[in-house]
Ligand binder design. Sequence first.
Ligand SMILES: *Cc1c(COP(=O)(O)O)cnc(C)c1O
Length: 356
Amino acid sequence: MPTLKIFPGRIAQNAQHLKKLCGLQGVDLVGVTKVTLGDPIVATEMLGAGLRTLGESRLANVERLHKTGISHHMVLLRTPPSHEVKQAVRLVDTFLVSELGPLKTILEAAFEEGRECNITYMVDTGDLREGVYYKEAVEEITEAARIAGKSLTGIGTNLGCYGGVIATPEKFEILLEIGSKVEKKTGQPIKVYSAGNTASLPLVEKKTVPEGINQFRLGEAIICGTDVTNNRNVPGTRQDTFILSAEIIELKTKASVPEGMIGQDAFGRKPVFADKGKRLRAILNAGEQDIYSSGTIPLDEGAEVLHASSDHLIVDVHSCRKSFRVGDRMQFRLSYGSLLRAMTSPFVSKVYEHAI
Ligand SMILES: *Cc1c(COP(=O)(O)O)cnc(C)c1O
């Protein structure tokens, strides 16, 4: 089985660094564990680094955290489907919502359970994922405040995830403006301005976060030390937080261009090939079910991932100085997307490493 080594101590270092950096701008951090499926050890490291709030997108992950005794303030990052609301209000302290219907359902369920709940109403500032479109936001959030009363504690936005939209101070000014208009209309304070995910981190680094923005929800930067939207490693963080290893099950020299007419591959992708002559290629026991091939980066110098189908990962090892044999293992770094698959796959064993 491929093995995923998890280095919790390194994730803690990332969390400490980012907490300090955000603190300088008056921004509090929500530690997002969803890519690890609510891994309690990873969450514990984040809490140990001084984070007080955790963010999760799926209730099963929240339950997993709760079962191990983690009862810190929990933010549910995605509106729960209706059948999960009753259970959700028992486990979650803050809900991110973007519709009035689910808002009412959540408030009613919380009331029935005798639980307090906080609402962060989401605004779409252009990325086109969740949230009320910013030009229509004042009206809808004013209505939300009328329904939720003091349970409406904040508003938020998310960038980068669908449209790949880059964060700018102007995007966050929009959020602040909407908040102050809603406050004027309702007389109720908006306490939390939850501005971003990892895609928005450059603003913290450049110290251009507008005053008033006081919360970031960070997953990728803490867990992987990367920022895929801006195509970079986050300065001051480590990227060796997870390492995947898989076994070579075939090692043969083959042509670099297939023979015959080229259709689509197993996933409907149209492969392209550069003719580099005959190459030594390793096939490993992992595939798209376990990793995302274009986000799987060999640690051996000269090695290059060519492709993967559901169960076969093909790596060009022709230019490697190291000589491999069938049965050897190769190691890889993973992108956030590839890590998501590795964590989710039951065919990848997870091992915690104490090395720093
Ligand atoms: C996943 C998620 C985050 C964290 O995003 P990263 O890019 O991993 O930092 C923040 N907010 C919401 C709403 C999310 O769904």
